[in-house]
Design a protein around this ligand. Structure first.
Ligand code: ATP
Ligand code: MG
Length: 185
């Protein structure tokens, strides 16, 4: 009962968040955000979950800071959702490696795991709300299928891109690219 109640609570939270983003679209709280700092913060938050699953979490960066213009809370949500997925869909003994690359006009974040992977044909659908690959397989992970729909919206309002590479049984890499200067329309 407790597990179901937690699950319901997180479902309601995610649905509210998605609805808010869809309705308010571009109402972002824009600030200068350090992506290195954000990813490190999220690692701290999720370290316990990774350790519990015996999944190693590593971070590589090419500069001490990677500043972009963005909404800090929403960006943090992107990293939480993607890194949580990487940990969730990676079996014990696996590795989740994060890489932040600061380039001239963009910042790229790679979230790579050695997990169960996805079929090419499934990839376009994973960003749909409530879509989960093979419900039986993911049932015990207790999610609702909203995480990536939220990620996609947040990336869109930041004019960023999200790319996925995956192979069944080998792993998955999500590649995010942010432009440093968010074009204001
Ligand atoms: P939640 O709403 O709690 O995040 P979820 O994790 O099932 O639930 P999404 O984060 O939207 O939902 O992911 C959708 C589906 O995409 C997952 O159910 C899973 O099947 C697949 N998926 C996402 N990330 C990965 C990954 N790193 N490796 C393998 N499959 C993944
Ligand atoms: Mg998820």
């Amino acid at each position: 009962i407790l597990k179901e109640s937690n699950r319901l609570q997180s479902l309601i939270h995610d649905l509210l968040e998605l609805t808010r983003i869809e309705q308010h679209g571009f109402a972002l709280n824009l600030e200068e955000v350090d992506i290195n700092g954000q990813v490190s913060d999220v690692i701290k938050i999720l370290k316990g979950a990774a350790t519990e699953k015996n999944v190693n979490l590593t971070l590589k960066t090419n500069t001490p800071n990677s500043l972009i213009t963005g909404d800090p809370d929403r960006l943090k949500q992107v990293f939480i959702n993607l890194i949580t997925n990487a940990i969730t869909y990676t079996p014990s003994g696996g590795l989740v490696s994060l890489e932040v690359e600061n380039q001239k006009e963009t910042v790229t974040v790679k979230i790579k795991d050695t997990g169960i992977g996805m079929k090419k044909s499934e990839i376009p659908r994973i960003f749909e709300r409530f879509y989960r690959i093979d419900r039986a397989r993911s049932r015990d992970s207790g999610g609702t299928g909203l995480g990536l729909a939220i990620v996609k919206h947040i990336m869109e309002v930041h004019k960023g891109t999200i790319d996925v590479k995956s192979e069944i049984g080998v792993g998955t890499t999500f590649i995010l690219t942010f432009s440093k200067n968010l074009p204001t329309k």
